[in-house]
Design a protein around this ligand. Structure first.
Ligand code: NAP
Length: 320
């Protein structure tokens, strides 16, 4: 076996992101004996940690809270010796003198790595309705798990027709008197099982082919303007809260100019999760993919480490 003399570096792999993709990557990397640092954001949390119930993760038949599931992922990764740091990664670039090395700046500290896993996840998209920013935290919310209990016996609006909107609308029925789902089309995008539950839930009403255009109130939200997108007719709906679930945007600003991104900013990868830059792999919600789930993120984490391991073996001249 030929071995190659490499320039000095701190880690074989730096994983950026502490969600299901990041920690799955951490489990696989640390268990494989790769010197690995996982940097989880200091100013962001994984979306899954604010998810009330995950009931489709295999092996957990009774379902589990998202925060608890992530604690288990972390415990397993730490058991294998993963190093973890809570800092925001603010820059990543090729080392000026050794282009096979990636310089990763976490907080104010620079680290050198042979390979990087981008597992930075995504965050909720704003609707762009008038009053949305003004009433954020005063009736406008993007997290039913966090804010649902404030709406006991109150009327709330949910905007969106995807899995998140419907799952969260169902969750809100534990507290609210009435949940009105406003969707821009006449059918939902959400999975069949969620649709079935929502249609059977007496507290949930639907307003189809409609857009929420304006949120009104004094100190807190009291009503919203709803526009029928077919007729243009505008109606005012009394509500104490508006929960917005209209998709996600990726946390990929640090990769702009470095990696190929799609028009929304998601990282493009091949089937082995290689990005356009040698040595950087992407996993989970931050990459272009159709199905964003805990299980697909976890699968991505494992695949990304396998690809990174092959890449590192090649760099070290240890391919066999
Ligand atoms: P999504 O699937 O992209 O759905 C976004 C929803 O918001 C769609 O119904 C869309 O309408 C609507 N929308 C987008 N822009 C809008 C706008 N400007 N005005 C009004 N409505 C707008 O996003 P998501 O529901 O957050 O789900 C993201 C991913 O997470 C998906 O892959 C989903 O499967 C996954 N997820 C899974 C679960 C689960 O399995 N239990 C739970 C949560 C999320 P259109 O339908 O007309 O496009």
């Amino acid at each position: 076996m030929r071995t190659v003399e490499l320039p000095q570096y701190d880690y074989d792999i730096i994983i950026i992101g502490g969600g299901p993709a990041g920690y799955s990557a951490g489990i696989y990397a640390a268990r494989a004996g790769l010197k690995t640092l996982l940097v989880e954001g200091a100013s962001t949390v994984s979306q899954i940690t604010i998810t009330d119930l995950i009931e489709n993760y295999p092996g957990i038949p009774d379902g589990i809270n998202g925060f608890d599931l992530m604690q288990l992922f972390k415990k397993q990764a730490l058991k294998f010796g993963l190093e973890v740091m809570a800092k925001d990664v603010v820059a990543i670039k090729r080392n000026a003198s050794s282009p096979i090395i990636w310089d990763v700046t976490a907080g104010e500290t620079d680290f050198k790595a042979l390979s990087v896993i981008a597992a930075t996840g995504a965050h909720w998209r704003n609707l762009g309705a008038r009053g949305e920013t003004e009433f954020a935290g005063k009736g406008v919310s993007y997290c039913a798990t966090c804010d649902g209990p404030f709406y006991r016996n109150k009327d709330v609006i949910v905007v969106g027709g995807g899995d998140t909107a419907i799952q969260e609308a169902l969750f809100l029925t534990h507290f609210a008197k009435k949940v009105t789902v406003i969707h821009r089309r006449d059918r939902l995008r959400a999975a069949g099982i969620l649709q079935k539950r929502a249609f059977a839930e007496k507290k949930i009403e639907f307003i189809w082919n409609s857009a929420l255009t304006e949120i009104n109130g004094k100190d807190f939200v009291t009503s919203a303007k709803i526009k029928d997108v077919k007729t243009g007719k505008i109606t005012e709906l009394q509500a104490d809260g508006a929960f917005i679930f209209v998709g996600r945007l990726p946390y990929t600003d640090i990769f702009r100019g470095l990696l190929d991104l799609d028009t929304t900013g998601f990282i493009k990868t091949d089937e082995n999760l290689k990005t356009s830059a040698a040595g950087i792999f992407a996993a989970g919600d931050c990459r272009v993919k159709l199905f964003r789930q805990v299980i697909t993120a976890a699968g991505d984490g494992a695949n990304a480490i396998h690809s990174a391991e092959l890449y590192i073996e090649d760099l070290k001249g240890q391919t066999y």
